[in-house]
Design a protein around this ligand. Structure first.
Ligand code: ZN
Length: 139
């Protein structure tokens, strides 16, 4: 076969052997290397797609969790705002206000000595002025 024009010394991108190409853009030494490289590329693309899908799924899940956390926090905040204006305070504030321990407060709650407003399963407020003690009644 008569070669017209010049040839290019290239290195096959698949098998790394040197070969003479008739086109500057030729990447592979043979049809075999070309199709093998194509298969590898396709497989890699598929892997990337799967990973991306998982990444997006994880990301969406994370966003959803974040949103629900924000909603819970927000509703707790709104509730506490609503009740703080009506003289409801947090357990910590209550303890500090009357100089009592959390243990004492727990006893008050158990004995229904204070008025408790539940915000959620974990959080609650106590009416600031609700206090009963056999010895003294605080304002
Ligand atoms: Zn090759």
């Amino acid at each position: 076969m008569l070669l017209t024009g010049k040839t290019y010394n290239k290195i096959c991108l698949f098998c790394r052997k040197e070969f003479e190409a008739q086109k500057r853009t030729t990447k592979y030494c043979s049809h075999q290397c070309n199709s093998r490289a194509y298969k590898v590329r396709k497989r890699d693309e598929k892997d990337v797609e799967v990973n991306f899908e998982e990444f997006v799924k994880r990301e969406l899940q994370y966003q959803r969790e974040l949103m629900s956390q924000i909603q819970v926090t927000l509703s707790e905040l709104i509730e506490s705002q609503k009740f703080s204006s009506k003289d409801f305070i947090t357990p910590t504030e209550y303890c500090n206000h009357y100089g009592i321990s959390r243990k004492t407060l727990s006893r008050y709650i158990k004995d229904n000595k204070v008025i408790v407003h539940k915000l959620s399963n974990r959080k609650f407020l106590i009416k600031k002025t609700s206090y009963y003690d056999s010895k003294n009644v605080l304002p």
